[in-house]
Design a protein around this ligand. Structure first.
Ligand code: HEM
Length: 371
């Protein structure tokens, strides 16, 4: 999607910096010895606010200093996502019963639907010319542009003949974007913060790199582009702590695995396991169990392309990967210009993981020191 190409994404640089500054300002109001145990939620708040503004021109107000849950849509999204986790890991019949009978889920879904339809209507209320212009820069405008002109007429056609999306189909697309667009990136950010508290040398090296390109606290796009070690750290976070266990493809023809000649048949589902590939010693020179961002500068610079697949691959690879990488780079650079993450203690910051919609760090307790 052209909207998620770098040329468009970089227009959001100031917006991402401003949102990060808001979170930093909230953190600075806390006592310096405070151990932050809600890092996963704080990262979600940051990415939700950014994604809402970038994609939907909508302020979810999650960085509100007094109440991050003030907005009705934000609250509904959190409820909806917790029930999605339950449904995702339950047998289909249990999932259907739960979503049909659970009052909180039904209420959250109704609120989300009302807001999304409102977003669509606001977009449709613009003139044709304004919509055509906005389509080039704004996700919601671009999605609304695919709405069917005459839904009733389209409904009478066969599936192959139909063009565009109905309002309900668009609702589901927008909801999928909302969920995929913030939960993933925020989980990577939470793993990053946990990793920094555990690997102070890496954090120190990143700060040195930042200081070498920016002596004052400004941050420009050119400076950001020159932060090579920071890119290595992001890659190592994605390798060391994959946030999804893998992806699945269904075979459209019979095939055999190249080395073992193992027979696969049309219709078989094949799991591509991200964690195993990223930790398989056959594909990496430096110990795969060490957290070593330098590997991407040296020995493992030319690793097998399929050994690291955090965003999947092929036709169905992640549409938002350039946006996610850009958001992460800006946020991390901005944070490390101002703060140092410290280890809150062996028990409270013991890591481990929790599998929700993504694989999240379970026990994170960090101190946040301002310099
Ligand atoms: C670090 C953050 C992210 C990670 C690790 C991630 C990871 C993934 C993965 C593994 C897939 C499946 C790819 C495959 O099967 O080959 C995927 C699909 C997808 N992602 Fe992301 N994602 C991230 C951020 C985002 C963002 C920010 C957006 C929205 C702007 C997004 C939107 C999507 C969509 C719409 C798909 C489905 C694509 C399709 O089925 O054609 N993702 N993502």
């Amino acid at each position: 999607m052209p909207l998620f190409r770098r040329a468009k994404i970089i227009n959001n640089f100031d917006l991402i910096v401003d949102c990060t500054d808001k979170l930093l300002s909230n953190w600075s109001a806390m006592p310096s010895h405070h151990v932050h145990c809600d890092i996963v939620r704080q990262c979600q708040n940051l990415l939700l606010e950014i994604f809402g503004l970038i994609s939907f021109d909508y302020n979810l107000d999650t960085l509100n200093e007094y109440d991050s849950n003030k907005n009705e849509l934000t609250r509904a999204l959190h409820v909806f996502m917790s029930s999605c986790v339950l449904v995702f890991y339950s047998p289909p019949i249990v999932g259907t019963l739960y979503t049909n009978l659970n009052y909180r889920h039904r209420q959250a879904k109704a609120i989300i639907e009302r807001h999304i339809y409102q977003l669509m209507d606001n977009e449709m209320a613009q003139t044709r010319e304004a919509r055509a212009e906005r389509k080039r820069t704004c996700l919601i405008a671009s999605l609304v542009a695919s709405l069917q002109e005459d839904e009733e007429a389209e409904a009478k056609k066969s599936e192959d003949e139909k063009t565009g999306l109905s309002r309900v189909e668009l609702l589901h697309e927008i909801l999928a974007f909302m969920v995929a667009g913030f939960e993933t990136t925020s989980t990577v950010l939470a793993w990053f913060i946990h990793a920094m508290s555990k690997y102070p040398d890496v954090q120190h090296k990143m700060k040195e790199e930042l200081m070498s390109v920016s002596v004052n606290q400004n941050l420009t796009l050119n400076q950001l582009d020159s932060l090579v070690y920071l890119d290595c750290v992001i890659n190592e976070i994605l390798r060391f702590y994959p946030i999804t266990s893998g992806t699945v493809r269904t075979l459209t023809v019979d095939d055999r695995l190249p080395k073992s000649s193992f027979q696969l048949n049309k219709g078989d589902s094949v799991l591509i396991p991200f964690y195993n590939l990223a930790h398989d010693t056959q594909h990496w020179s430096i110990d795969t169990e060490s957290f070593a961002p330098e590997r991407f500068l040296n020995e493992d610079k030319n690793h097998h392309p399929y050994a690291l697949l955090p965003f999947g691959g092929g036709h169905r690879q992640c549409i938002g990967q350039a946006l996610a990488r850009f958001e992460l780079k800006v946020i991390i650079a901005r944070m490390l210009q101002r703060v140092t993450f410290g280890d809150g203690g062996p028990k409270i910051n013991s890591g481990g993981y929790f599998t929700g919609l993504t694989i999240q760090p379970k026990h994170v307790g960090v101190t946040i020191g301002f310099s």
